[in-house]
Write a protein that binds this ligand. Structure first.
Ligand code: PA5
Length: 446
C-alpha cells in the first residue's frame, strides 16, 4: 500500500549536508520528548496516541449520533472557531464534491458553519436561509466560553427552539465540550443535550481526531474509521528511522531553512479542495510556533490560481521564504482535453491528454522556477485525496509540528497570545469583571 511521502530533492541543495545529517539525532531527541511526554506543554499530549487509543465503540457512538442527526436534518450547522472548526471544515471540503451544495436529493445533509466569525450579515443570512429548512446543530467549544461560538449558539438555539419546540430542539442539538467546566457544559447538562467530551490533554488545534472533527465529518457522510486508520498508519511511520520518516525530515528541513532566515513557509496545493487544509495547517503551525518572538510564518497559496496573483512575489520578492507543496498523485475523475478541428486556440498539441497532466507539468515547471528564484521546495506526496490519506496528512503535520516546536525550544501546545485581543474586546464591550480594563482602554482611545 502507498503512503504519504516527502521529497526533499528541491530543498536539500539549499542546506549543508552535514548539518542536515545532524538532525537525524536532533529530531529523534525531540520526538522522544513528544512520545515520552517529557517536553514543554506535556500535559497537552493526549493527541499523540489518539489514533490507536480511539476504540471502535467510541467511533460507533459518533457514527450513530451522526446518523440520528442525518435522519432529521437537511442541514447541520457546526458551531465553533479555531481548532473547534478548521479540522472538520478542512476534511469535509477536501472530500466533498465541489458542486455538491447545488445538488438536490443527496442522502447526506449539507454541513454549514457558524460562530467562526462575528459578522452580523453572515449570521443573519444563515438564519434567513435556515428559515424553512430542517436543521440540527453541533456546537463545539472546549472551553465552553468562547465569544464567537457562544453568540452563534445563542442565536441558533433561540431559532431552533422557536421553530421546532424545546423538546424537539433538544434532539437536534449535540454539544462537544469539556467534561465538567464552562457555560456550554452547564447548559448541556441542564437541557439534556447529547454530548461528547474533549479530553483535558488535547488542545483545540490537535483535536480533529476527537469528536470535534469526527462528528461533523461523519455527519457529512464520510468514513471516520478510515480517517483514523490513516492517522494510525502515520503514527507507525513516525516511529521509523530518519531516512524512512517524513515527520523527522520535514521538521529537520524547515528548522534548518528557518535558521537560514527563511522565515515564511508557503503551503501550496494544486487542487482547490485542499484550500481549507491549508487554513487548518496555518492555525496548527502559527498558533504552535509563533511565540517568544520566534517561529516560521505560515502562509498558503492555491495554484495555479495564485500564480496569477502571488506568483510574482514568490518568484522575485523578498527572499525569505520556502514552499511546501501538497502534491496529489491520483485524481478522482478523468477528463481529457478534446481535439478541435479548427484548433483556433492552438491547443491541439494537448488533445487526448488528461487535464491533470497539464496540472502536473504546471506544478513541475513552477517548482523549478521557484527553486531557480531561490525558494527551496518541499514536496509532500499524497497518493490521493481520501479519508485514509487525509488521516495520514493530518497526523503527519501534527507530529511534525510538535517536533518542530521542540526544535525551536518553545511550548507548541499553548497559545498565550490569543488572550490579548480578547482582553481588549471584553474591555470595549464592558463585560462585567473588566471594569478596570474598560477604564484604561477608554482613556487610550479617547
Ligand atoms: O487551538 C486552540 O486551542 C484554539 O484555536 C481554540 O480551538 C479556539 O480558540 C476555540 O476554543 P474553544 O474550543 O474553547 O471554543
Amino acid at each position: 500500500m502507498k503512503h504519504l511521502q516527502i521529497d526533499l530533492r528541491n530543498a536539500l541543495p539549499f542546506v549543508n549536508t552535514e548539518n542536515y545529517k545532524s538532525y537525524e539525532q536532533l529530531t529523534k531527541n525531540e520526538y522522544q520528548k513528544v512520545t515520552n511526554k517529557t517536553g514543554k506543554g506535556n500535559d497537552f499530549l493526549g493527541w499523540v496516541n489518539l489514533p490507536e487509543n480511539i476504540s471502535d465503540h467510541h467511533l460507533d457512538e459518533i457514527i450513530s449520533t451522526a446518523n440520528n442527526l442525518k435522519k432529521i436534518s437537511e442541514y447541520i450547522v457546526v458551531i465553533g472557531i479555531g481548532g473547534s472548526y478548521l479540522g472538520a471544515k478542512a476534511v469535509i471540503e477536501a472530500i466533498s464534491g465541489q458542486f455538491d451544495h447545488f445538488k438536490k436529493g443527496s442522502s447526506n445533509p449539507q454541513i454549514l458553519f457558524a460562530g467562526q466569525n462575528l459578522s452580523e450579515d453572515y449570521h443573519y443570512e444563515l438564519l434567513e436561509f435556515l428559515k424553512d429548512k430542517k436543521y440540527s446543530i453541533v456546537v463545539i467549544s472546549k472551553s465552553g466560553t468562547t465569544t464567537e461560538p457562544a453568540i452563534a449558539f445563542r442565536l441558533l438555539r433561540k431559532d431552533i427552539e422557536e421553530r421546532f419546540g424545546k423538546t424537539e430542539a433538544t434532539k437536534r442539538i449535540v454539544a462537544i465540550t469539556d467534561k465538567s467546566k464552562g457555560a456550554l457544559r452547564n447548559l448541556t447538562n441542564q437541557e439534556g443535550y447529547k454530548s461528547f467530551i474533549i479530553d483535558d490533554d488535547i488542545g483545540g488545534r490537535y483535536s480533529v481526531l476527537t469528536p470535534v472533527g469526527l462528528l461533523p465529518i461523519a455527519c457529512a457522510g464520510f468514513d471516520i474509521k478510515q480517517l483514523v486508520n490513516g492517522a494510525k498508519s502515520m503514527m507507525d511511520i513516525s516511529a521509523k528511522s530518519f531516512s524512512e520518516n517524513p515527520v523527522f525530515q520535514y521538521a529537520a528541513i524547515r528548522h534548518i531553512l528557518y535558521s537560514q532566515k527563511k522565515t515564511v513557509e508557503i503551503l501550496a496545493n494544486y487542487d482547490p479542495r485542499l484550500n481549507f487544509m491549508a487554513e487548518w495547517w496555518k492555525q496548527l503551525y502559527g498558533e504552535s510556533e509563533g511565540k517568544e518572538n520566534k517561529g516560521i510564518f505560515p502562509a498558503s497559496v492555491s495554484l495555479t490560481t495564485d500564480l496569477h496573483s502571488l506568483g510574482q512575489y514568490i518568484q522575485e520578492g523578498l527572499r525569505n521564504m520556502f514552499e511546501t507543496v501538497i502534491s496529489v498523485d491520483k485524481t478522482k475523475y478523468k477528463l481529457e482535453i478534446p481535439s478541435d478541428n479548427d484548433n483556433f486556440d492552438k491547443l491541439n498539441y494537448l488533445a487526448g491528454k488528461p487535464l491533470d497532466y497539464v496540472n502536473k507539468m504546471a506544478e513541475l515547471g513552477t517548482t523549478l522556477a521557484h527553486v531557480d528564484g531561490n525558494v527551496p521546495n518541499i514536496k509532500i506526496l499524497l497518493p490521493e485525496i481520501s479519508e485514509f490519506y487525509l488521516g495520514e496528512l493530518i497526523y503527519f503535520f501534527e507530529k511534525a509540528c510538535a517536533v518542530s516546536g521542540y526544535l525551536l525550544d518553545i511550548n507548541p501546545f499553548d497559545q498565550p497570545g490569543v488572550e490579548a485581543y480578547k482582553k481588549n474586546m471584553f474591555a470595549l464591550l464592558e463585560k462585567p469583571g473588566f471594569e478596570e480594563e474598560t477604564r484604561k482602554i477608554k482613556d487610550r482611545i479617547s
